[in-house]
Unconditional design. Structure first.
Length: 331
């Protein structure tokens, strides 16, 4: 079974190495010559992993035609690039292919989940199914083979099992799941919560506050997810509380780090001016704001993050406003 991993960034490189470690037939496609050369010539991807050595058998290419022979194509690009990469590869695919999504967020203008974008852009003749490989997993840890568990979520159980078998090994354990809506909404919205968690840390709040944020943030994720047909149980799993914990508590998280800077400076200004990293929660905050308003879903934490990112509200004021909302029962 031939797999092409598209995107030679942090997550694409780490997942391609998993397949190479598993002695699968895999090639990594990238658009950035320096990253591709670094992998092929130095067995490193220094831009993302400094001096970590990667499996020397892993090969990268800048030739997109490699997808022509693929049985599985894994898309490891930011959400904003998913539509264009799907349109590009649909012209090249020659058979029904399993498309693996690992991106966490929504289409920037249609608000679709990633599997919806993929199904819209890849023609039925070329698509076996979409499998989302998602859960608590920082690339920085997977690249050095630290123990990690994630889900292969698909409406097609057979293909979810194919992906589970392909990627599982002694340091990466894959579970399967079928709640596409709940899982994709969970991993998208947790990025907004991670920004909030970083903001609170930057403001100087500590363990009590973070526990409150994670617990009440999970309630918001459940409320939003169930409004669109997600199952409550899913939010208790790897794509819910699992991914929420890892991103709200880790310095590896770009969403947490972005929030930390914003909280520390008590303003979003410098972050918006200088950020070059993939911080998916920024766009997600806007989409969650629009969709929750349109559907009457109460998302107070997400709303304050939106106010900070898009309306210039001061982080300190947001934290105070959240605390002084009308008192109510927990459940
Ligand atoms: N990093 C992680 O730990 C995890 C990330 N994810 C998710 O995975 C997705 C990708 O993130 P991540 O790998 O971290 O991002 P990175 O920013 O590390 O890498 C993204 C890569 O995609 C490349 N790229 C952008 N557009 C295209 C395109 N049209 N065709 C081919 N390559 C393209 C970028 O190239 P260039 O550098 O030239 O822009 C870059 O190499 C995100 O949605 C993220 O939420 C999920 C779990 C873990
Ligand atoms: O999704 C992730 C971990 O599960 C990666 O988080 P960041 O995008 O915040 O780095």
């Amino acid at each position: 079974m031939k797999t092409v991993v598209i995107g030679s960034g942090s997550w694409g490189t780490a997942l391609a190495q998993v397949l190479e470690d598993n002695q699968r037939d895999v090639i990594l496609y990238g658009i950035e010559k320096s990253e591709v050369d670094d992998i092929n010539l130095h067995h490193k991807n220094s831009k993302y992993f400094e001096d970590v050595s990667i499996n020397p058998s892993l090969k990268a290419t800048m030739d997109i035609n490699v997808v022509k022979e693929a049985d599985v194509v894994l898309l490891a690009v930011p959400t904003i690039a998913i539509e264009s990469i799907c349109q590009q590869i649909d012209l090249l695919l020659t058979k029904k292919t399993i498309i693996v999504n690992v991106s966490k967020g929504f289409h920037p203008t249609t608000n679709e989940r990633m599997s919806q974008v993929i199904r819209r852009c890849i023609s039925a003749d070329h698509l076996s199914s979409v499998v989302s490989l998602i859960g608590p997993s920082h690339a920085e840890e997977v690249i050095i083979r630290l123990l990690t568990t994630i889900d292969a979520v698909s409406l097609n159980e057979e293909d979810a099992i194919v992906v589970q078998q392909l990627f599982s090994n002694h340091y990466l354990r894959i579970y399967t799941g079928s709640d596409e809506v709940g899982s994709e909404l969970g991993v998208a919205i947790k990025n907004v919560m991670a920004i909030a968690s970083g903001i609170l840390s930057g403001l100087g709040y500590q363990d009590n506050t973070r526990a409150a944020l994670i617990t009440r943030g999970l309630q918001e994720m459940i409320r939003y997810g169930m409004a669109f047909g997600g199952q409550q149980q899913t939010f208790m799993g790897l794509t819910g509380i699992g991914d929420l914990i890892v991103t709200c508590t880790s310095v590896h998280s770009r969403n947490f780090s972005a929030g930390y800077q914003i909280g520390k400076e008590n303003t979003v200004e410098n972050f918006l001016k200088n950020n070059k990293k993939t911080v998916e929660g920024v766009r997600t905050a806007k989409i969650v704001h629009n969709v929750s308003k349109a559907n009457g879903i109460d998302m107070p934490i997400c709303e304050e993050v939106y106010q900070i990112l898009y309306e210039g509200k001061e982080p300190k004021t947001c934290a105070n406003d959240l605390m002084l909302r009308e008192l109510k029962r927990e459940f």
